[in-house]
Design a protein around this ligand. Sequence first.
Ligand SMILES: CC(C)(COP(=O)(O)OP(=O)(O)OC[C@H]1O[C@@H](n2cnc3c(N)ncnc32)[C@H](O)[C@@H]1OP(=O)(O)O)[C@@H](O)C(=O)NCCC(=O)NCCS
Length: 239
Amino acid sequence: MIADLGEWLGLGPYCWEATPFFLAGVTTCLGVIGTAFSERVISQRWIRYRIDLADDLPDSPDVHLTPVTDDIIRALRGHPDHAEHQLRSGFRFWDRGLRRAYVWMDREQPLCIQWLLTGADRARVRTLDEWAGMYPPLVSHVGQVENLFAFSTARRRGVATQFEYALYDEARRAGLRELVTHIHEANAAARGWAERTGWHPFGTITRFQLDVRGLRAYAVYLHSSDDRGGLRLHHTRPV
Ligand SMILES: CC(C)(COP(=O)(O)OP(=O)(O)OC[C@H]1O[C@@H](n2cnc3c(N)ncnc32)[C@H](O)[C@@H]1OP(=O)(O)O)[C@@H](O)C(=O)NCCC(=O)NCCS
């Protein structure tokens, strides 16, 4: 059974469900503002993906995922990759109490890590400040994976693919029936990984931010569940 993941409007730490009609109106307004103040409006877009865990998905029985602990996070903060965007974002999650994450270790070296959010994380997600609008509340039995990171010494060997198949099993064990995630449209490697691991694109998230002192923290997020919420501005900065 596929959940209705719908349309959402995020602003600062808040997220409201929206109708497609309302979302299209806001997109048009932001497009006009973006055209008039193109130097001051930054927009970025992510592709929303979903996967039904009841589908016939491959598994990787030889991959053992370890739940992340404080000790593991402490070690990772000293890892050569510690300044990479997805790891820093993961550390921020950890610091905000988002503690369900899994790592694949091989001979005490980390190969790949990812966070798994569930509906129980609703309040903690709202503390992610200017990024909170990226995360609409999760409905029952739907989880969200975030901050996938294959360590730089382990790339392009199928590690993130094998990791994800094992993660699907963890998610099923946690009672989840479906997963969602989002990937920056400019992240070709991760989009290739998503296709490889069975994810289906179902919409976009567009983030608008005014590059004006005092307003940068109030990013607007438009979560669309089809392609019509397309990017009207082309001034993107991948993160
Ligand atoms: C994206 C990422 C997790 C992939 O990890 P990986 O272990 O190298 O991926 P895999 O070896 O399992 O590759 C799976 C597929 O991803 C795609 N892919 C991976 N790296 C790629 C690259 N550098 N360029 C293009 N496609 C790539 C390919 O389609 C690949 O399938 P193929 O080997 O049959 O061609 C890794 O590059 C990474 O950690 N990047 C930085 C963090 C990041 O962007 N995370 C995703 C956030 S949503």
